[in-house]
Design a protein around this ligand. Structure first.
Ligand SMILES: [Zn+2]
Length: 162
């Protein structure tokens, strides 16, 4: 039988509830979980991760791969609606936490003014908003945004084109 959880993986420890991330679990489908990204102070900086422990996209089962597109669409829509982002950036590295996950996060007008856009901006965003210790204000802002995104995701039907 396939092992679904890796006991030494931080991402799996959030899935099982062994550890609790700031913002908590926002949304889940049959195969995917959406959470606020661990250690990131930018509200709306989310991760989309698989429920089972895998490390690369070519390990996805067909049903997981199909569902991924739908979830990315919904999460992008939620981030745009809630944060007013001009762009939603989606990235996958897996260098720090190996569990397959995508960063999905807002690039707002303020970020464009203060930091810029594109790959250089991503490096700065991930550095500027990565914090060891969250302030109470960070935690409140993350919680408010996570809740608004959760409400949006639970209400919004997937957009269909005909
Ligand atoms: Zn894992």
């Amino acid at each position: 039988m396939e092992k679904k959880i890796n006991d030494s993986c931080i991402s799996c420890s959030y899935t099982t509830g062994k550890d609790q991330s700031v913002g908590g679990q926002i949304y889940a489908t049959q195969h995917w979980i959406v959470e606020h990204a661990f250690g990131m102070s930018l509200p709306g900086f989310l991760i989309l991760k698989t429920k089972r422990h895998i490390e690369e996209a070519d390990e996805l089962h067909p049903a997981e791969a199909r569902e991924m597109g739908m979830v990315l669409q919904k999460v992008t829509s939620a981030i745009r609606f809630v944060t007013g982002a001009q762009k939603v950036y989606i990235l996958k590295f897996g260098e720090g936490v190996r569990h397959l996950h995508f960063w999905v996060f807002p690039r707002t007008a303020a970020v464009r003014r203060q930091i810029g856009i594109g790959p250089k901006a991503v490096a700065l965003i991930s550095k500027q908003y990565k914090v060891g210790d969250m302030t109470a204000q960070n935690i409140k802002a993350i919680g408010r945004t996570a809740k608004a995104i959760q409400i949006f995701l639970n209400k919004k039907k997937t957009r269909t084109t005909t």
